[in-house]
Every structure is written in C-alpha cells, then in structure tokens.
Design a protein around this ligand. Structure first.
Ligand code: NAP
Length: 294
C-alpha cells in the first residue's frame, strides 16, 4: 500500500480562496482593506524571492502590500525606526520582517519591536507566551500549516503520539505547542536526542523540521503514521541541476506511512496561505471585529 499524498498545493489554494472571500466581504461590508508590510533588509537572493512571493500573494488575495526595503548596511536603529512607523500606520495590519537579517542586527530585538497585534509571523514573545498559555494568539504560519495538513487526514489529533523533530522557534517549538493544544501527546526531538529512529517509530504523527536531506528513513516510520515533512533542502540532481528534497526519504516513507506531504508541494504552499489568514485575523482584531469565518 502506498501512502495517501497530502496535497498542500490544493489545500492551500482552497484556504487562500476562503481568505480572499473573507477579504472581499470586509471590503464590501465595512470598507476595510487589510494591509501587510513586508520588510526586506539587504539582498539575500532567497529572501528576495520569499519576500516577492509573499507580496504577490498578498496583492492577489485583495489585500494591500506595502513593501519596504533597507540596504544590507542598515543599522538596527534604522530598522527599529521603520517598524515604529509601521506600528503607527493604520493602513498596516500586519508586519513581516524577512529573516535572516544582516549580522549587525539582532533579530530578537527587531521581533520584540513589532506591535504584537501586527505580528503576523507569530514570533513576538507575547504571542509565543499566549500560545504556550492556551490563549488566543497570532501563531507562526508554517506550524499552523502543518496542523491544518495533518487534520485533513486525521479526524482528530487528540490522543495521538506526535513526534516533532526540531526545536527551532520558527517551526519545532510552535508546532509542538499547537499539537499540545490539539490534545496530542507531544515529544520534541533534536540533535541531542538519543536513538532518534526508535523515538520516531512510536509516532502516529511525525513532523520533521530539521533541514537535513532525507534524514528520516522509511524504517523510522510507524506503519500507517501521518508524516508532515517541513524540510526544504537543495541537493545535487541529474545533469548538474539541483533539486529540492525534504527531511524525509519520500520514496521509502510512502511504502510505510498512511499519509505523507510531498516536498515540494506539501507544507511550503501552506505557509503563505496561513500568512494571509493571520493578516485578515489581525485586521479584524484591530478593528474590534470578530475573527473571520474561514
Ligand atoms: P533550524 O533552526 O536549523 O532547526 C533545526 C532543528 O533540527 C534544530 O532544533 C536541531 O537541533 C535539529 N536537528 C539538526 N540536526 C539534527 C539531527 N541530526 N537529529 C535530530 N535533530 C536535528 O531549522 P528550521 O528553521 O526549524 O527549519 C527546519 C527545516 O524546515 C529547514 O529545511 C527549513 O528550510 C525548513 N522550513 C520550511 C518552511 C516551509 O515553509 N516549508 C518554513 C520554515 C522552515 P538542535 O536544536 O539540537 O540544534
């Protein structure tokens, strides 16, 4: 039996469509156009592509995009000044600072400078703390996407043994918090975990967010498990070209897992869709409106 493929492209397109409908209703019924500022510092080619894709998706969904660019030499205080202006701008409901930042800038200070109500990445310590406390929060987009994908193949995550490989602030820790909120029994594994294959083998739901190409082998997977692969790794392909693979050895895993996300086309497209959703939620909360039905 081959695993069911969790099609992130289709699921994210559906979510983006629902978010676009919510934006349309906000504009039609209340004259509100949610806006997001995408801040890019420097000219890291990958960051430029990510920032451009986010701005494009924002515009396509009917929201306003305010692109802000600073040179690679920008100081921490210049960036903090820009964030203060965006915090005060009523047309800007969400602020996203593309990471990584140049080395002279402390990302923690920058994230802390963003108004938590506009923190659509969900990285501000207040949102992190609210999520951990079980309160309403803006939650990080990739982890939110992982949970949405898992729920397309599992009626409930309650009671499942979930293993998350990776403990970054961006993916591993917040996805673990979201799974806990779904009543899963959660283990967070990392580079110091003893006997990782055995830990993974007990997972009904395995989330790999490591950044190591095809590290998770087929025989690490419990038969029938749901596997969500967050990894994006560029490796050498045929004819001198490169290709993208995940953290899971996909061909092996499909023979054992019950359901699995492909790379590309799994978690990746969900991240932007969840960013759209977060921005509409932020805009509604700032205007004192109930969260949109999506
Ligand atoms: P990160 O900050 O580098 O964290 C990697 C985590 O993996 C760390 O906690 C590390 O453990 C753990 N790890 C490293 N080697 C390991 C090993 N041999 N065994 C077990 N654990 C190990 O990476 P990240 O930002 O979380 O991203 C992870 C992956 O997801 C990357 O491929 C990234 O490109 C991808 N990603 C994709 C999206 C998307 O939209 N699809 C979004 C974000 C990230 P320690 O803490 O002990 O060092």
């Amino acid at each position: 039996m081959s695993a069911r493929v969790i099609d992130g492209k289709t699921i994210s397109a559906d979510l983006r469509g629902k978010v676009a409908d919510a934006i349309h209703r906000l504009r039609r019924d209340r004259g509100i156009v949610p806006g997001i500022a995408v801040v890019l510092v420097g000219n890291n080619p990958a960051s430029e592509v990510y920032a451009r894709n986010k701005s494009k998706a924002v515009t396509e969904s009917g929201m306003a995009a305010f692109d802000r660019k600073l040179p690679v030499t920008a100081s921490e205080s210049e960036l903090i000044d820009l964030i203060a202006k965006l915090n005060a701008d009523e047309e800007v409901n969400g602020i996203l600072v593309q990471l990584p930042l140049p080395k002279q800038i402390d990302a923690h200070k920058i994230i802390a400078a963003i108004d938590p109500a506009k923190d659509v990445d969900g990285f501000h310590p207040l949102n992190v703390g609210r999520l951990a406390s079980g309160l309403t929060a803006l939650v990080p987009c990739t982890p939110m996407g992982c949970v949405i994908l898992a729920k397309t193949v599992r009626e409930t995550l309650a009671g499942l043994e979930a293993v998350v490989i990776g403990r970054s602030n961006i993916v591993g820790k917040p996805v673990a918090q979201l799974l806990l909120a779904e009543d899963a029994t959660v283990t967070i594994a990392h580079s110091k975990t003893n006997d990782l294959p055995t830990v993974c083998r007990r997972a009904d739901l395995l989330i790999a967010a490591v950044g190591r190409p095809e590290m998770v082998r087929g025989d690490w997977i419990k038969p029938g498990a749901t596997v969500i692969d967050v990894g994006i790794n560029r490796v050498a392909g045929e004819g001198g070209k490169s290709r993208i693979v995940g953290d899971v050895a996909y061909t092996e895993a499909t023979k054992i897992a019950g359901a699995i996300t492909p790379v590309p086309g799994g978690v990746g497209p969900m991240t932007i869709a969840c960013l759209m959703l977060n921005t509409v939620r932020a805009a509604c909360a700032q205007k004192g409106l109930p969260a949109p039905k999506v």
